[in-house]
Design a binder for this molecule. Structure first.
Ligand SMILES: Cc1cc2nc3c(=O)[nH]c(=O)nc-3n(C[C@H](O)[C@H](O)[C@H](O)COP(=O)(O)OP(=O)(O)OC[C@H]3O[C@@H](n4cnc5c(N)ncnc54)[C@H](O)[C@@H]3O)c2cc1C
Length: 393
């Protein structure tokens, strides 16, 4: 009898577990190794604020979210589409729904029921788990080196994640290990993180922790609608994350906040043209333009606002904020940079380390929040696993 084909999957996040599922379903003997004492910690954390699995927008629009990596990810995402991801979640007993912004969530909102059902399936398919196994590279014979053992496998899937939230397991320590093997890895950078703004002390003290709702953020040709959160250090939240790649690469960057995206400058100027009398500017803005105390004070942050109605209206439509720095990678939601697509072949196998595949956030792509991150992690995991199986046959 021939020996079963063995695969070591290192990293038990969504990308590694998906690779393990496809590989074990295809008859491989799969061992999943992870340095943490339990699996899927970042996936569980992602479920804390509502697990945004994927997005329901048309596929071509969906693809644009991956920016420069879109064409490299296209075959991967065509082979495991948002519809496939929803069907997969349904198969694990997790019905989904489409939220108002088009984002797709499991009805349970949390990740734990999905992860529990998934682990049950993996166990039934014979996947073995070796936790508390810290991968340290390869020994001279090419065996996988862990803290206190070496492991030999016919193929390896690296699913070690990025370097955000390192207490959940991934710290980017693999960058050095892969570079030593001659693999091109671009520097890891924060993605979907907040930016520093030099707020005045009174503004910071009074408004840190308060949301700016229904705004638009403009930067270059990008206009993003949604929410942001004022923090002690600056600004974070949906609109900031959506523009964060362009902002990060342009720092220091001046972004413009439109506090009333549904009204034109002319409409606002007309509303502000009524006589102010003895009213304070704050009272006047509150009544005439329905601005909140946070919004009124934000208008003042770049300097005193113009007094004339047209100038004031312009300021409401376009508050310039200088973003001086990005929050560190450890505090970001995801990681940009990673293993270059030129360093892997069509099946996501490392050209410099044959038989070793790379999936998930380790690869050099980035995307905004909205379900695009998990979708690409699941899809790359499934894609590399199919490539492993097809090369075995
Ligand atoms: C707060 C938060 C909320 C999020 N919300 C969403 C969301 O709603 N929707 C969405 O699409 N995305 C979300 N994300 C992003 C998403 O969770 C990640 O993109 C995804 O988990 C990355 O999957 P991965 O499998 O590539 O890596 P990870 O999930 O990071 O898994 C990597 C695994 O590798 C292990 N590992 C690392 N190094 C070693 C080593 N040397 N030896 C052994 N094991 C190792 C780690 O312990 C870890 O278990 C969120 C992220 C955060 C932080």
């Amino acid at each position: 009898m021939s020996r079963p084909f063995s695969v070591a999957v290192i990293g038990a996040g969504p990308a590694g577990l998906m690779a393990a599922e496809v590989l074990s379903a295809g008859g491989a003997q799969v061992t999943v190794l992870d340095r943490m004492p339990s699996v899927g910690r970042k996936l569980l954390m992602a479920g804390r604020g509502g697990l945004n699995l994927t997005h329901s927008e048309p596929f071509e629009r969906f693809m644009t979210r991956y920016g420069a990596a879109a064409e490299r990810l296209r075959p991967v995402l065509e082979a495991f589409t948002p519809a496939d991801l929803i069907a997969w979640a349904n198969g694990l007993g997790q019905e989904t729904f489409v939220g108002s912004s088009g984002r797709v969530f499991p009805k349970a909102m949390k990740a734990s029921p999905l992860l529990r059902a998934w682990l049950g399936r993996l166990e039934r398919q014979g996947v073995r788990f070796r936790l508390r196994s810290d991968w340290r590279g390869w020994d001279d014979d090419g065996a996988l080196r862990f803290a206190d053992e070496t492991v030999l496998a016919d193929a390896t899937v690296l699913a070690l994640g990025g370097a955000s939230w390192p207490r959940l397991g991934g710290d980017g320590g693999w960058v050095r290990l892969l570079r030593e093997k001659g693999v091109a890895v671009s520097d890891l950078k924060p993605a979907n993180a907040g930016f520093d703004v030099a707020w005045s002390a009174p503004f910071r003290e009074r408004f840190a922790g308060q949301p700016l709702k229904n705004i638009a953020l403009r930067f270059g040709s990008q206009v993003v609608r949604g929410e942001a959160m004022v923090t002690a250090y600056g600004l974070e939240g949906g609109v900031v994350y959506a523009a964060s790649a362009a902002l990060r690469d342009a720092l220091p960057a001046v972004a413009e906040i439109d506090l009333r995206p549904d009204r034109s400058v002319e409409q606002l100027a007309a509303a502000l043209a009524r006589p102010r009398g003895k009213e304070s500017l704050s009272n006047f803005l509150r009544k005439a333009a329905k601005l909140s105390p946070l919004e009124i004070n934000l208008l003042r942050e770049p300097g005193p606002p113009p007094a004339d109605p047209a100038g004031l209206a312009e300021r409401i439509k376009s508050v310039p904020l200088t973003l001086t720095a990005m929050q560190p990678l450890a505090r970001a939601i995801s990681t940009a940079g990673g293993v270059s697509f030129d360093a892997v072949d069509d099946g996501l196998m490392l050209k410099a380390v044959p038989g070793t595949y790379v999936v998930g956030e380790m690869l050099d792509w980035e995307a905004p929040t909205g379900g695009y991150l998990l979708q690409a992690c699941f899809a790359t995991g499934a894609f590399a696993a199919r490539a492993v199986l097809s090369r075995r046959d």
